[in-house]
Write a protein that binds this ligand. Structure first.
Ligand SMILES: [Zn+2]
Length: 234
């Protein structure tokens, strides 16, 4: 393995670029998704669907009740005409019960019809809102074409950069890599510091010539005695 700090420095550049790309993609997505027009129209569409679902639920409940009435009417009519009931009072009661059930059924059927008309009208509203939403999304796409293009470019860059990262990582031994990863976490992404005029570029502290030399030539890792970062000298 070659100079570990050199590869770690390259790795840090790559990681920082990947972070930048990730942040930029986040910004782009926020911008694209936060269209007020789309949000408003989507809200209208959603509530129109809510109303439609509610009507259909009511229609189902009424249909259920009507079916129950029909069964009861059938049972009462078979008693009435079955020839087993002879008592005039009982027959009269059955007739009255059937008449009342039929009246109820008629009411339910009217209700069902009104709900069906309402549901059809609401379906037309939903279709219109869906069309408006599709148009708004299409317009949002056109308006933000440059952002979508930028996002695609960034996604391509991510896959290229990840390939580079894999190649660099192969040059780094596992101990160096885990030191880098833990320092990266502790130092907000900056695990490796350069050396300029014998100073650590991260914390600014003066380094001895021996430390500078060791950072430059050795395949061993040299840490800044002050901030603890991995020192890299080119
Ligand atoms: Zn330092």
């Amino acid at each position: 393995m070659g100079n570990q700090s050199f590869y770690l420095f390259q790795l840090q550049k790559i990681d920082r670029r990947l972070d930048q790309i990730g942040q930029r993609i986040g910004q782009i997505e926020t911008q694209i998704n936060n269209s007020e027009v789309v949000t408003a129209i989507r809200g209208e569409f959603d509530s129109s669907v809510g109303v439609l679902n509610d009507l259909n639920r009511q229609m189902g409940a009424v249909e259920q009740k009507a079916a129950e009435k029909r069964v009861k009417i059938e049972i009462s009519e078979s008693s009435l005409y079955g020839g087993k009931v002879h008592n005039p009072k009982e027959l009269a009661d059955l007739q009255q019960e059937i008449a009342s059930l039929k009246l109820n059924l008629k009411k339910l059927e009217n209700e069902q019809f009104d709900l069906m008309v309402g549901s059809e009208e609401q379906q037309a509203v939903v279709d219109k809102k869906k069309l408006a939403l599709d148009e708004a999304l299409e317009k949002n796409l056109t308006d933000n074409q440059h952002l979508f293009a930028e996002k695609n470019t960034l996604l391509t860059e991510i896959s290229k950069t990840n390939a580079e990262k894999a190649a660099i990582t192969q040059q780094i031994n596992p101990e160096s890599l885990s030191l880098y990863e833990s320092l990266k976490k502790a130092k907000k992404g900056f695990a490796v510091a350069g050396i300029e005029e014998q100073c650590c570029t991260a914390c600014g502290s003066q380094l001895t010539p021996a430390e500078c030399q060791r950072a430059k030539s050795s395949s061993q890792i040299t840490l800044c005695p002050s901030c603890g970062r991995i020192l890299y000298a080119d």
